[in-house]
Design a protein around this ligand. Structure first.
Ligand code: NDP
Length: 332
């Protein structure tokens, strides 16, 4: 028997609770069984735990879009018992039982080998949020390399700065030598954001209201986890030839923008998806995270919680109350 969060949808409504499960109940469609050591709470996990948005498509469901642990049994040619692995996305925690569980059975094709220099806990301190931040940073780096833009030649904006994607993005960009401007709705977290490497901190209210189609040119690049007017304003204030990596919708899914920054300033908007990203891109992102992440900053970003605590963490992350990353310790 093992512990997991279990989502059911009885006639009385949507429920997510702590449950005792048997290994025989794990999905038959998987070919690798994993002992999960750590999982995390991402924004999407908050949606699944609370039922606020229909991310869970079949019931009963174990939530948790990511995990790290060790293979206990494998019918997949790539994996054997004892291999250290991690997983992000592929519908795990949405359409296939996920990582907020001490055991998981998944498709071997979805697994990534845990980089040797990362512990299971560090991997999940980063989690899907950190991996997505790296996908954003890599898109910007490729763009800057092609455009001949050097680190330190201008400011880079990170929105949703106090959240998981934002916190890791600041640390990564500052580590690469960029001048990072952090946009947050939590001015009380300014010292925390500076400790991650932000050169300055702005109030997110400067970006969240409807703005002009073209604004003063400021950013050589942007990592945006917020969407809506914030993303539109970020595009409108990106410098000629600069780039914006859009990955989130914390403010909204809409994009009330104009084509002006694209056709008059030649800016580029990169869409970042972590869920179905090809395996080579995932491995490159995790490899880069293992090589470049600042361990002390990662520790400062992380708060460890139990599986039982994860129930309360769902509404907290949706309310924008979580600072950095929540890592869930599943070790018995
Ligand atoms: P978090 O909740 O940790 O961070 C989101 C941050 O956005 C908050 O901490 C807050 O930062 C800011 N925010 C919240 N509400 C608002 C609002 N109404 N207006 C403006 N800013 C707001 O979530 P994650 O970092 O885990 O994820 C961020 C976003 O990225 C989510 O939308 C998530 O769904 C998406 N995502 C997408 C992925 C992909 O594959 N494309 C993968 C992972 C995440 P502050 O208080 O500092 O302002």
């Amino acid at each position: 028997m093992f512990q997991a969060l279990l989502i059911t949808k009885p006639e009385s409504g949507y429920r997510c609770e702590l449950a005792q499960l048997d290994e025989a109940q794990l999905p038959a469609s998987g070919d690798v069984t994993v002992r999960v050591d750590y999982s995390t709470i991402n924004y999407k996990d908050g949606l699944a735990i609370t039922g606020r948005s229909p991310v869970v498509r079949s019931f009963p469901m174990v939530p948790g879009i990511d995990f790290a642990g060790a293979v206990t049994h494998s019918d997949h040619p790539r994996w054997k018992a004892g291999d250290r692995v991690l997983l992000n996305g592929f519908g795990v925690g949405e359409t296939h039982w996920g990582g907020l569980s001490q055991m998981a059975r998944v498709k071997g094709d979805w697994l990534v080998a845990l980089p040797e220099t990362l512990s299971e806990r560090e991997a999940m301190s980063l989690g899907t949020a950190g991996y997505t931040a790296m996908l954003c940073v890599q898109a910007l780096q490729k763009h800057w390399a092609e455009a001949g833009v050097a680190a330190g030649s201008g400011e880079v904006l990170v929105t949703g700065a106090g959240g998981g994607v934002g916190s890791v993005a600041i640390s990564l960009l500052a580590g690469l030598g960029h001048t990072v401007v952090a946009s947050t709705g939590r001015p009380q977290e300014a010292d925390y954001l500076r400790s991650l490497g932000a050169a300055s901190v702005i109030d997110r209210a400067e970006l969240s209201a409807p703005g002009k189609p073209l604004q003063k040119e400021r950013w050589i690049g942007v990592v945006d986890s917020v969407g809506s007017h914030t993303l539109a304003n970020a595009c409108a204030s990106t410098r000629y030839g600069g780039a914006v990596a859009a990955c989130g919708l914390a403010q909204g899914m809409d994009l009330p923008a104009s084509v002006a920054p694209f056709i008059l300033r030649g800016i580029t908007l990169y869409g970042i998806d972590s869920v179905m990203a090809p395996m080579a891109r995932r491995e490159a992102a995790w490899d880069a995270l293992a090589k470049t992440i600042h361990r002390e900053q990662l520790a400062a970003i992380t708060k460890e919680i139990s599986l039982a605590d994860a129930l309360a963490a769902g509404p907290e992350i949706l309310a924008g109350q979580v600072r950095g990353r929540l890592v869930v310790n599943l070790k018995a």
